[in-house]
Design a protein around this ligand. Structure first.
Ligand SMILES: Cc1cc2nc3c(=O)[nH]c(=O)nc-3n(C[C@H](O)[C@H](O)[C@H](O)COP(=O)(O)O)c2cc1C
Length: 390
């Protein structure tokens, strides 16, 4: 038994991360836009779905393995792209990628990661997925796509829901900066989180390394921050998918779809898969939870493409509910982040183990032996599902 085994739930890991990570970085992950209505709804709506219990079924030889985008996965859970993961724990993206590799699931690296594409490629041996923010500086975007291809990334995730940044009050109140500004308040925080501070001193990876050194205007951290802020492309549209896909030369997933019409457009534009996502409630506050809109999106495009979802997944039961409502696979953002903050690579492994064990036990108690058989018959047509005409 390791010390991490005492954490039994993702929420336990969250509380441990709260104790170990400086407040401004913990809050950065644990926040949604404005009133956080959508952030809360992502979690709360899962609790409105009930699972169907079945008994007296032979439960030997159970299988959690599946496929996501033609890739074998040990369970239908991938790591979502999460910016600044390397501020939750030193070299955080490398640690999370390694944990994902060991667990046999896909890891997605964010454009706004602390560790670069090359850092992660050098420290892992399984191809990972890369998430692209389309910037106005097109030569930079071209180079970024080429770097992802050179690193043998096996899919490109194009995020479409961040042409403009949702406001998260906590970040403003905490004066969040990467790397942090050494104000008295932050020095006080560091004194209370010495493990984090020592780890950060021990790594050279403390800025956005996918960008730093790759843009001539961004020579220091201040200019890098200024450059990034003006760079998210307001003109991004469905026509951009084609040239991005052609340049990358591999499969592309469109992330940030919350509407059936957009799902259809994404497919018409060439997407090989979509992620039903509201960015973890960090963008449009007031938008519906992802689990709520999932069934209608699956109805619209599920026969033509792989529909994945993220947002609010904090347990194996949540994964099963998403699969029951039609998702081919799921992504986790905060559940990974909390594990990382609580215990680095081993903490991410712990988060994945918790979710895996919960999935296995729940699946069995539902009388199912194979995760690929989970479907609408495994949940009750409750309010949430009925309103979507499911
Ligand atoms: C701290 C944080 C940073 C994020 N950064 C990115 C990012 O750089 N790119 C992106 O496409 N999505 C980003 N997301 C959204 C996640 O990919 C994912 O959609 C979301 O976390 C899913 O919700 P969950 O955290 O409840 O699992 C971020 C989410 C969080 C919590």
């Amino acid at each position: 038994m390791t010390s991490l085994d005492r954490y039994l739930t993702i929420d336990d890991l969250k509380q441990a991360a709260r104790r170990r990570v400086p407040k401004q970085f913990f809050d950065y992950a644990d926040s949604g836009a404005w009133t956080e209505q959508t952030y809360r709804a992502n979690e709360e709506d899962f609790a409105k779905i009930t699972l169907r219990q079945r008994v007296a079924v032979n439960l030997e030889n159970r299988n959690l393995g599946s496929e996501m985008l033609g890739q074998k996965v040990s369970m239908p859970v991938a790591i979502a792209p999460v910016g600044s993961t390397g501020m939750q724990s030193p070299d955080g993206e490398i640690k999370a990628a390694r944990a994902a590799e060991k667990a046999g699931i896909p890891f997605t690296l964010s454009t706004m990661a602390i560790c670069s594409i090359e850092d992660v490629a050098e420290n892992t041996s399984t191809p990972f997925w890369f998430q692209l923010y389309v910037m106005r500086d097109r030569p930079f975007v071209h180079r970024l796509i080429d770097r992802a291809r050179a690193a043998k990334c096996s899919a490109l995730v194009i995020t479409m829901d961040l042409q403009i940044l949702g406001q998260r009050h906590k970040d403003i109140r905490n004066g969040l900066l990467v790397p942090p500004k050494f104000t008295p308040k932050f020095m006080f925080e560091i004194a209370r989180k010495p493990g984090w501070a020592l780890g950060m001193l021990g790594t050279k990876r403390r800025t956005f390394r996918n960008i730093h050194g790759h843009v001539t205007e961004a020579t220091n951290l201040q200019s890098l921050t200024q450059w990034t802020r003006k760079q998210f492309d307001l003109t991004l549209n469905w026509n951009d998918i084609a040239w991005i896909k052609e340049r990358f030369g591999g499969k592309v997933i469109v992330k940030g779809v919350l509407d059936p019409e957009d799902a259809q457009r994404a497919i018409a534009a060439g997407a090989d898969g979509i992620i039903v996502s509201n960015h973890g409630g960090r963008q449009l506050d007031g938008a519906p939870s992802t689990i709520r809109v999932l069934p209608e999106i699956v109805d619209a495009v599920g026969s033509k493409t792989e529909v994945f979802m993220d947002g609010g997944i904090r347990s194996g039961q949540d994964v099963i509910k998403a699969l029951a409502l039609g998702a081919k696979g799921t992504f986790i953002g905060r559940a990974m982040n909390y594990g990382l903050g609580a215990g680095g690579e081993a903490g991410v492994t712990r988060a994945l183990d918790i979710i895996r064990a919960e999935m296995d036990t729940s699946m069995a108690l539902m009388g199912e032996r194979d995760i690929r058989n989970i479907g609408p018959h495994n949940v009750y047509s409750n309010d949430l599902v009925k309103r979507q005409g499911y």
